[in-house]
Write a protein that binds this ligand. Structure first.
Ligand code: S3P
Length: 453
């Protein structure tokens, strides 16, 4: 396949509109699919360890399947042995193959960026590409530290965008790097490149981002330390060239997917559901903290550990919510949940101000613009001031609009959730992207009583 021949097909070529209508209360139990962040990392660490890594509960969404394919192209044997059960026979850090074809990550920013880190730490070249949404996303933030470590950019699209051809460093220089944005993808790319470095790699972040890479590297045997740095930050130190040993990985349920059922139950009158096995990693539960402040009826039950992460079952009942002020410092712990929080805010009494959302502009879509436009379409009063989104809630939301999803799974699911509780159905222009992170969204939500058409 040539550099530009990746299947960067836009799903707009074949859009699948879907509508949600208000109906009966939601009831029953749901286990969200495996966490997307952990699923990508499990496959990648499987690739980098020599021997067999067994994974249970892997998210079988398109984003993660793309990472599995990329691992194969880099020399791993990756097999599905049952539902959510996968094995990876790793090539081992330092022994990856140079892929002959483009690594096509579809819609997946996480897979792309983490794998850029992997390639950046090896003396091999690879071309990274994906769909029209991925081609708009900034990669310069990842490439900058990789260049410092000795990688070279062979080619790239304007402004540091995909398709990118990267030549990794055979002996990556150890660096100390302060990330300019709080991004777990950026932190992880540097750490993954640092695995093959002869020295210590240090990443400093001013706001702590999700720590799944650090935890999983430690689980696979790397020496890695994470210390507080400033009021909200971390300093992470990785010793290079660890001997990574395969370890079983159990993937907990994705709180970013569970968020849709959570908000749906809160805003759909009479609802009473249980969300099972939600990962409660403190760096992922900003939405739950915010919903508590809004007065949400959430009970945290049966707290336990699964796969090295805190998990719990959440009993969620419909209730009235009140508007709150969400501080910017909370953004990294709920970065993917703002679209669905905006939907909750539309049903809350008073104003909700969500501060410091600049990163939302560079997700699968410009989520700040997409959320505001979706709220407008559904008759919800909102405004953007700088990087803040302000939503004025009301007990009744009109709904009735058609929402442009811009190839963004979370915009799609958020506005379907809105349609379950608004006066008129809400239509989204394309539901196909939901398959990237939550392929069973529709049947699982229908089982709880949601009505889609
Ligand atoms: C992710 C990190 C976040 C998040 C993304 C998954 C990860 O992105 O939005 O969905 O798995 O590391 P950033 O690192 O760009 O904030």
């Amino acid at each position: 396949m040539s550099e530009n021949a990746a299947s960067n097909k836009s799903h707009h070529d074949d859009p699948q509109p879907l509508s949600a209508r208000p109906g009966a209360p939601l009831s029953g139990r749901l286990r969200p699919p495996g966490d997307k962040s952990i699923s990508h990392r499990a496959l990648i660490l499987g690739l980098l360890a020599v021997g067999e890594t067994k994974i249970e509960g892997l998210l079988e969404g398109d984003d993660v399947l793309r990472t599995a394919q990329a691992c194969r192209q880099l020399g791993a044997k990756v097999d599905r042995t049952g539902p959510g059960a996968w094995t990876v026979h790793g090539a081992g850090a330092g022994s990856l193959l140079e892929p002959r074809e483009t690594l096509d990550f579809g819609n997946a920013g996480t897979g792309t960026r983490l794998m850029m880190g992997v390639v950046g730490g090896h003396g091999i070249s690879a071309t990274f590409d994906g769909d029209a949404s991925l081609r708009k996303r900034p990669m310069k933030r990842i490439l900058d530290p990789l260049l410092l470590m000795g990688s070279e950019i062979v080619s790239q699209a304007e402004g540091g965008r995909c398709p990118v051809r990267l030549k990794g460093a055979a002996e990556p220089a150890p660096i100390e790097y302060r990330t300019p944005v709080p991004s777990a993808q950026l932190k992880s790319a540097i750490l993954l490149a640092g695995l093959n470095s002869p020295g210590r790699t240090v990443v400093i972040e001013t706001e702590a981002s999700r720590d799944h890479t650090e935890k999983m590297l430690a689980w696979f045997g790397a020496t890695i330390r994470s210390e507080p740095d400033g009021p909200h930050g971390r300093r992470i130190t990785l010793e290079g060239r660890p001997d990574l040993k395969p370890k079983p990985v159990v993937v907990p349920a994705d709180p970013s997917s569970g968020a849709f059922a959570l908000v749906a139950a809160l805003i759909t009158p009479g609802s009473d559901i249980v969300i099972e096995g939600m990962m409660m990693n403190p760096l992922r539960i900003g939405l739950i903290d915010t919903l508590f402040e809004m007065g949400a009826a959430i009970e945290v039950l049966n707290k336990r550990q699964e796969g090295g992460e805190d998990v719990a079952d959440l009993r969620v009942r419909a209730c009235s919510l009140k508007g709150v002020d969400v501080p910017a410092a909370r953004a990294p712990s709920m970065i993917d949940e703002y679209p669905v929080l905006a939907v909750a805010a539309a049903f809350a009494q008073g104003e909700t101000r969500m501060r410091g959302l600049s990163e939302l502009r560079v997700k699968e879509s410009d989520r700040l613009a997409a959320v505001a436009a979706g709220l407008d379409a559904a008759g919800v009063v909102n405004r953007i001031e700088g990087d803040d989104l302000i939503v004025t809630g009301a007990a009744q939301v009109r709904g009735g609009g058609s929402v442009a999803t811009h190839m963004d799974h979370r915009i799609a699911m958020s506005f379907l959730v809105m349609g379950l509780a608004s006066q008129e159905p809400v239509r989204i222009d394309d539901s196909s992207m939901i398959a990237t992170s939550f392929p069973t969204f529709r049947p699982e939500m229908e089982r709880l009583g949601a009505q889609f058409f």
